[in-house]
Each structure stands twice: as C-alpha cells, then as structure tokens.
Design a protein around this ligand. Structure first.
Ligand SMILES: [Zn+2]
Length: 143
C-alpha cells in the first residue's frame, strides 16, 4: 500500500472532513466541504466516499439505517503523511502500525520523529518528553 495514493483534490478534502471519532453523515461531510471554497455539489459526496472506501481509507457504519463515515487507520496515515510532506523537513516515513493519531505501541519509540499534525508529538503517538533522552536527541545527532 502506497503512502501517497493518487486522489483528486476533492477526494482529499472529503478524506480530511471524515476525521471524527464518532463518524459523520454524508450531509455533515457536505456542510464541511463547503468551507473549502472549491467547486462542489452535494451529489459528489457519496461517490467520493465510495472511492475512498474502495481504497480502505474510510469505512461506514450503519446506525439505525443511517450511514456514518469515518477514516480507517490507513486513512489517518495517508492523510497525515500527505500533510507532513508539505513541510520543509517531513522526516522519515512512519513505521508500520503508526498513523499519527493513535499510540502505536505501549511505550515511546527509540527515535523521536516530529508529527507535524500534532506539535510536540512523535509519529509513535507519544509526547516528545516521554521519550528517553537518547531517543529525543537522536534526530539532532544525525546531520
Ligand atoms: Zn516516538
């Protein structure tokens, strides 16, 4: 699975707006999408969700007959990595199991790698200060 799938700008916006712990309805996605100032129609929402779903980036739950959409862990990873790549120094690719949005392990990792989506946090999901002193310094030690 590539970390950088080829998606339209609109699909990226829909992926961004499915970020919700409790899930969002297609109407909620639509109301959020309208803040992005892109040409869009309400009828574009479900097809975009289905495309993202076919890539395993979002999934839907039925709640009393109403679909609720949310990102999968893979969706978090793909979206977060794309955002990270807009920074001058994105750093190394996330390690297997890491998404940026959740703790990937029971303890901080061995090398602090800044996750720009949440300043002060590492891709492993732990705060910088929770890493060992050596793990916090290893990035600076590498030229
Ligand atoms: Zn870490």
């Amino acid at each position: 699975m590539t970390l950088t799938p080829s998606l339209s700008d609109f699909d990226w916006i829909v992926l961004q707006e499915t970020h919700a712990v409790e899930g969002v309805t297609p109407d909620e996605v639509w109301s959020r999408v309208q803040y992005h100032n892109v040409p869009a129609f309400r009828s574009m929402i479900e097809p975009a969700l289905r495309r993202l779903s076919s890539l395993n980036l979002v999934r839907s739950l039925e709640l009393e007959g109403h679909p609720l959409w949310m990102r999968t862990p893979q969706g978090h990873l793909i979206f977060n990595w794309r955002t990270q790549l807009t920074w001058p120094d994105p750093g190394p690719e996330p390690r297997p199991g890491e998404t940026g949005n959740n703790r990937a392990s029971a303890a901080p990792c061995d090398q602090y790698r800044p996750f720009h989506g949440q300043p002060g946090y590492c891709w492993c999901g732990w705060y910088r200060d929770e890493h060992s002193a050596q793990a916090q310094q290893s990035k600076e030690a590498t030229p």
